[in-house]
Design a protein around this ligand. Structure first.
Ligand SMILES: Cc1cc2nc3c(=O)[nH]c(=O)nc-3n(C[C@H](O)[C@H](O)[C@H](O)COP(=O)(O)OP(=O)(O)OC[C@H]3O[C@@H](n4cnc5c(N)ncnc54)[C@H](O)[C@@H]3O)c2cc1C
Length: 363
């Protein structure tokens, strides 16, 4: 039977779900609120530069991820060669972090990952379509967007927005939830906590002579959590220029989330100059930013953190597993980094692929 599958969100989880359904007869429609695809794996262009202002690169934790990335086409694929070094609360930089995994992005930007998956999938992507509510009629699902347009009917739905936004959607399911399955899922999803990051982008009309691509705060006590150089990614920054990505700590980011760009960038540039030990960095010639309210999930849907068992009791975990299973029975799947319990591009992708494969098995 040919079925119609609806996916909310064209980030890596949504693109992964669509990709997993590519060899089936099912028709796949993705509803995406933004103008582009990729979600938090995002790229912007300005003044001859390209920069990845959400996820910096796809870390390849296992062979299957590397294989999939290469299968999507090696043309334009960038494996960042320079290393990531570390620093701590005192701002003292030390070589290496012992992490030799590949660090992939693309010349045209990290959005290529979702774009390439979606091109293979053949799914239709309806952009600038923000889903506001879900409805159920006669065993199928429909989605209504904020312009009042309806999408569907769908035989199954995959919801991939960050947990708080997925919880909002589940709450807005008009009379669709006769058996309470979605209400239980909403209750399980709603408590997922996130870290906030306000990414700052600092551009300079000169090159930096340092041996590292990125610096990471291993103590999680510095005001800067991460700092990196987009010029280490082929195709991103013209010769003779530098473009720094600064990701301040979640506390710093949350405190200054709504402050004006100019003053926030100035403070971040001073911190960057101090950390790198180069006064010139205090004075970028242009700046940009992006606030990510829901940047990284603190924990997974089951209360576990990065695969380590967390604060939730076994009873909580059982309740969540039951809620997820009951929603799936009703045709509603959730996927994303927060379902996987790891704020990583590859984790989101494989979680989406799993959801797509479960749907293919069921329909
Ligand atoms: C600053 C930052 C740095 C990071 N660095 C790295 C890194 O270096 N390496 C790494 O592996 N990971 C990194 N991550 C994490 C990585 O970006 C995410 O784990 C991954 O991209 C999540 O994918 P996703 O599909 O689960 O969610 P998302 O990418 O958030 O996708 C969800 C999609 O749903 C859409 N959406 C939301 N609500 C609606 C709605 N109502 N209707 C329609 N569409 C909707 C959104 O627009 C979005 O496109 C970083 C994240 C941030 C924010």
């Amino acid at each position: 039977m040919m079925a119609h599958i609806g996916i909310v969100g064209a980030g890596l989880a949504g693109a992964g779900a669509a990709y997993a359904l590519r060899d089936t007869d099912h028709e796949v429609t993705i509803l995406e609120k933004s103008r582009g695809v990729g979600g938090r794996a995002a790229t912007r262009r300005r003044d001859g530069c390209r920069y990845d202002y959400g996820a910096n690169y796809v870390k390849v934790p296992d062979d299957r991820t590397g294989e999939l990335i290469r299968d999507l086409g090696e043309e334009g694929l960038v494996d960042i060669a320079e290393p990531v070094w570390t620093f701590g609360a005192d701002g003292e930089i030390a070589p290496g972090d012992g992490d030799d995994d590949h660090k992939y992005t693309w010349e045209a930007g990290i959005t290529q990952f979702a774009k390439r998956l979606l091109a293979e999938s053949g799914a239709e992507v309806r952009k600038t379509t923000r889903v506001a509510a879900l409805d159920r009629a006669g065993g199928t699902w429909a989605a209504t967007d904020t312009d009042g347009d309806d999408h569907g009917p769908f035989d199954a739905l995959v919801l991939t927005p960050p947990a708080p936004q997925t919880a909002e959607l589940l709450a807005a399911t008009e009379g669709a939830d006769a058996d309470g399955a979605l209400e239980d899922l909403r209750a399980a999803v709603e408590g997922t906590k996130y870290r906030t990051i306000r990414t700052l982008v600092l551009h300079y009309p000169f090159e930096l002579d340092v041996p590292w691509y990125g610096l990471v705060d291993t103590d999680k006590a510095h005001e800067i959590g991460w700092l990196s150089r987009e010029e280490c990614k082929r195709g991103h920054v013209p010769d003779g220029e530098s473009l720094l990505i600064v990701q301040p700590s979640p506390e710093w980011s949350a405190e200054r989330y709504d402050d004006p760009l100019e003053e926030t960038a100035e403070t971040a540039a001073t911190l960057a100059a101090d950390l790198v030990g180069d006064d010139r960095l205090a004075d970028p010639d242009w700046v940009d930013d992006q606030g990510w309210r829901y940047a990284l999930p603190n924990e997974g849907l089951d209360g576990d953190r990065d695969g380590v068992e967390g604060g939730g009791t076994d009873a909580d975990a059982d309740g969540t597993a039951d809620a997820v299973a009951a929603a799936r029975e009703a045709g509603v799947f959730v996927a994303g980094d927060w379902v996987a319990g790891r704020g990583r591009a590859a984790a989101a992708l494989w979680n989406g692929i799993d959801a797509g494969e479960s749907i293919a098995d069921r329909l």
